[in-house]
Design a protein around this ligand. Structure first.
Ligand code: PRX
Length: 657
């Protein structure tokens, strides 16, 4: 963890003291700090109170303020030179291209918002589920919904119909926006088919989707239900060419959107973000992270179905008038240099991605990189998981040419935007490969031991956030108790008025005060930078009729960081077989989606459990990582450990072959 002096371009000369001075001032009076930051944005009415702390942990930002995020992301550019600037250079996987200016985007959003209001009947406060691939109609739909004062719930297009149905039911969405299909690795994924199944599943559970809007993307045959389904393009064409929909004034503490993420129970949580707080936080953090310039070409290679895309492909860059690259398909299709060729083609200046993607591309070898001129890059970023120092160095040297700082951003769906990360837009601190450096301004982060003591430098502990921040979640849709239990119960002392946000991440601070993030501290896996709840996976596995019990844990994986491995106990009368393994995997694909499919199903006759019946995942994790299992005296039947051990040895042998 020793500090390395890294020679950046002259623009980014590290200066830790300058950063820390700014940081120190920011947290002296966080309310004043955020009050000033919020004034950089357009509001319909400014707030009466910066932060309402009267009902913790339900903090409310910019109370009494009114705005609409469209005013800052779209309308403010009209009548300026940015209107004619490219908002998105979009590339489809087959190589088709679209160039969309800020003005084009504004016109399209207005026309679609008009159609949603007049023809589909979307009103303020309505939840609209959006199940779209990475096509421009996705940001258009999000902006059109928020323009009308609706609440979008974007569901990643890689989720199955059953996962989509869960999210439609939970949000009680009456309107669904989807596409006929999209391209992935040269194949067409038929999205409308999955959407139809989801609508049916939701209806069986009492939630009727009244209208479905379908974007034609792949040109595949779809079943359109008369009176329920509309073609997106027909709707937009019915709107006046110069339709103008006034952005609906929304309270700062209204819900801007919901985004589902996995937790430690079987049910995904609908994370609610606020209109004014999210807008303020994202606007500022984007500026600190990427130091936006008028001639930038910004590329965040995430999917908008996750929070990274919401913040860093839609709202953050648009609020800064950035030109972006947006891509539909697989990152290594048709060849491993797809990403590098696109960086060259569009002269990308800021590139932001996940360590998983970097590990994948690194493995293909440098010859794919050397074919391309990547000299336009001035800042690189990573997100989603800890980045291994070797990969960091490769990224820094090979992709950034040793000129571009690496902005390692630690954050979560719940936090709205980055929380711990370098800030070249303010003052860059010297970087250490693998560390997300310091908390961003206004963020009071600390590391505690499980008993609540402040961890010493070098001592591993649990990350906490000790003051509210504007980008924080407002709560969990329909489940206030779960919000308190999940994020605040661990360290808060309500009796003393102390409220501490608990993200469930391990971390350590070094002697220089740098934060190193060390992975999840709860039963949530991080597979390729995506969160998967082990219990959600176990529920999917036990829904197979042959399965009696299942325990899912993460096994180390050189590319994805970790992958789910399932230990499965079969019901009597069933024998382990490859066919059964495939069937169980198929069940997970059907219920959640391809990203959740376990890499292996290991059949055992019993699981290691405590005498009170709790599955001891800790033991399986230790064995998978080749570590000692520790204390097993509380086990109901210690022979379960031997069985798990031999299943893992078998599995490891297979992995080597
Ligand atoms: O464990 C942390 C990890 O990803 C989790 C959040 O996942 P999600 O809500 O899906 O959001 C991902 C994109 C923001 C965190 O609790 N994580 C995220 N960024 C980093 C990270 N771990 C280490 N370093 C990071 N930069």
């Amino acid at each position: 963890m020793s500090e390395e002096a890294l020679p950046f371009s002259e623009v980014y000369v590290p200066d830790k003291d300058r950063y820390l001075e700014y940081y120190r001032k920011s947290i002296e009076d966080i309310e004043r700090f955020w009050d000033e930051r919020a004034r950089e944005l357009i509001w319909i009415k400014t707030w009466d109170q910066v932060l309402d702390r009267s009902n913790p942990p339900f903090y409310r930002w910019f109370k009494g303020g009114y705005t609409n995020i469209n005013l800052n992301a779209l309308d403010k550019w009209i009548g300026t030179s940015t209107a004619n600037k490219v908002a998105y250079y979009w590339e489809g996987e087959p190589g088709d291209r679209r160039v969309i200016s800020y003005y084009d985007l504004y016109v399209e959003v207005n026309r679609f918002a008009w159609a949603l209001r007049e023809l589909v009947g979307v009103k303020e406060g309505d939840a609209v589920t959006i199940y779209l691939p990475m096509i421009p109609e996705l940001p258009v739909s999000m902006l059109a919904v928020t323009r009308l004062g609706g609440i979008h719930s974007v569901v990643f297009s890689g989720f199955s119909s059953s996962a989509l149905a869960d999210r439609i039911v939970d949000a009680r969405a009456r309107v669904l926006i989807t596409a006929d299909g999209f391209y992935r690795r040269g194949r067409v994924i038929e999205l409308k088919k999955a959407a139809d199944e989801a609508v049916k599943l939701a209806e069986d559970r009492g939630v009727r989707v009244e209208k479905v809007v379908v974007v034609r993307r792949a040109g595949v045959d779809v079943n359109m239900v008369e009176g329920r389904d509309y073609w997106y393009h027909d709707l937009v064409n019915e709107a006046p060419v110069k339709a103008y929909v006034k952005p609906v004034p929304r309270k700062s503490d209204d819900v801007l959107f919901i985004l589902y993420t996995s937790g430690t129970t079987g049910r995904p949580k609908g994370i609610m973000h606020s209109v004014g707080g999210y807008m303020t936080y994202v606007y500022n953090v984007f500026k600190w992270n990427w130091d936006p310039r008028s001639d930038d070409v910004f590329w965040c290679a995430a999917d908008i179905g996750w929070i990274t895309g919401h913040t860093y492909i839609v709202y953050g860059p648009l609020m800064h008038g950035e030109t972006q690259v947006m891509y539909e398909g697989a990152p290594d299709y048709p060849q491993p240099d797809r990403i590098w060729s696109m960086i060259e083609r569009y002269s990308v200046t800021v590139f932001y991605t996940s360590p998983t993607l970097l590990r994948l591309l690194l493995r293909y070898g440098d010859k794919w990189i050397e074919k391309h001129d990547l000299s336009s890059i001035r800042i690189l970023g990573t997100v989603g998981e800890p980045i291994n120092p070797e990969v960091w160095r490769w990224y820094y040297k090979k992709i950034g040419g040793g000129r571009a700082p690496i902005v390692d951003t630690w954050w979560q769906t719940e936090t709205g935007a980055a929380m711990i990360s370098p800030a070249p837009g303010l003052s860059l601190v010297p970087l250490k490969p693998g560390s997300a450096t310091y908390p961003l301004p206004g963020i009071v982060a600390d590391i505690l031991t499980p008993d609540g003591r402040k961890a010493e430098p070098g001592e591993k502990g649990l990350l906490v956030i000790k003051e509210p921040w504007p980008g924080m979640l407002m709560g969990i849709w329909g489940d206030p108790d779960r919000y308190i239990k999940t994020y605040w119960a661990m360290f808060s002392r309500p009796g003393d008025g102390v409220w501490i946000y608990y993200p469930a991440d391990y971390a350590v601070r070094d002697e220089d005060g740098y934060f190193w993030l060390l992975g999840r501290a709860d039963e949530v896996l991080n597979v390729a930078g995506h969160r998967l709840g082990t219990i959600e996976l176990e529920d999917a596995i036990v829904s197979h009729p042959a399965v009696s019990e299942a325990a899912v844990v993460g096994a180390p994986d050189p590319i994805k960081g970790e992958v789910p491995v399932a230990f499965v106990v079969l019901k009597t009368g069933y024998e382990p077989s490859e066919r059964l393994e495939e069937e169980i995997k198929e069940e997970v694909r059907k219920l959640i989606g391809p990203i959740a499919v376990p890499s292996r199903i290991l059949f055992v006759s019993k699981l290691p459990k405590t005498r009170s019946g709790k599955i001891m995942r800790r033991i399986m994790i230790a064995l998978l990582h080749g570590k000692p299992v520790g204390d097993v005296t509380t086990l109901e039947d210690p022979s379960a450990v031997d069985e798990v051990r031999s299943a893992i040895e078998e599995f490891k042998k297979l992995m080597k072959e």
